[in-house]
Design a protein around this ligand. Structure first.
Ligand SMILES: Cc1cc2nc3c(=O)[nH]c(=O)nc-3n(C[C@H](O)[C@H](O)[C@H](O)COP(=O)(O)O)c2cc1C
Length: 194
């Protein structure tokens, strides 16, 4: 990971921030150059999980860089070839749907479009309550998209939220390494013993 330029985008799955920020710190310890990005929702919304300002300060402290949080500032990611790999963690059902359908109206979708034009890997770490309903077809679409990879995900609360799934954030570094070699780590979804 040393010296690797990693675009690290956070979307508005606020309950998942506490799981991904330690990963951001870990990538920094591995001497990756982590460039933070936030969706407008993630950048501007105070929730019961914390204020937007507290997350902004923590993220900028970890990365030592200003967060990219506008479409205008995300646009140069393509022409400047800023990232070796781009990660979206957490990736909301909303952003997943937009990427699947080529909609580019947020900082994160702009960053993803700009990055992927360079034929470089995009790694998605999902967190969405509708993974096994409305988002399922979008997951399917992106599983078949060139240069798009998934951090392995699973149902997080099958009893109370039977359609929900969340990525195993601890496997992000492994998923990034594999994506850089053009590989998808397995199992993408819980494996069945045969
Ligand atoms: C407290 C809170 C928690 C949320 N958690 C999630 C979540 O885990 N997954 C998800 O897909 N959307 C979640 N949302 C909804 C998204 O924030 C919303 O769809 C938003 O439009 C996403 O925008 P973005 O994808 O540009 O970040 C949550 C919203 C709030 C207020």
């Amino acid at each position: 990971m040393k010296g690797m330029n990693i675009g690290f985008a956070l979307c508005g799955s606020f309950c998942t921030f506490s799981k991904v920020l330690p990963v951001m710190e870990d990538l920094g310890r591995r001497e990756a150059n982590v460039i933070p990005i936030m969706s407008e929702t993630a950048f501007c919304t105070d929730t019961r999980f914390g204020t937007a300002q507290s997350f902004i300060e923590r993220i900028e402290g970890i990365c030592g860089k200003t967060i990219i949080h506008t479409i205008k500032d995300a646009e140069p990611i393509g022409p400047k070839k800023m990232f070796d790999v781009m990660l979206i963690a957490p990736c909301t059902g909303n952003t997943l749907a937009k990427i699947a359908h080529g909609i580019v109206d947020t900082t994160v979708t702009m960053a993803a479009k700009a990055h992927i034009r360079n034929e470089r890997p995009l790694v998605l770490a999902l967190a969405t309550n509708d993974a096994l309903s409305a988002a399922a077809s979008n997951i399917g679409t992106l599983l078949n998209r060139k240069n798009v990879f998934f951090v392995p995900f699973a149902q997080d609360d099958p009893e109370k939220k039977p359609r929900s799934a969340v990525a195993d954030m601890e496997r992000i570094p492994e998923a990034i390494k594999a994506a850089l070699e053009g590989k998808q780590i397995q199992p993408i979804y819980g494996a069945v013993r045969t």
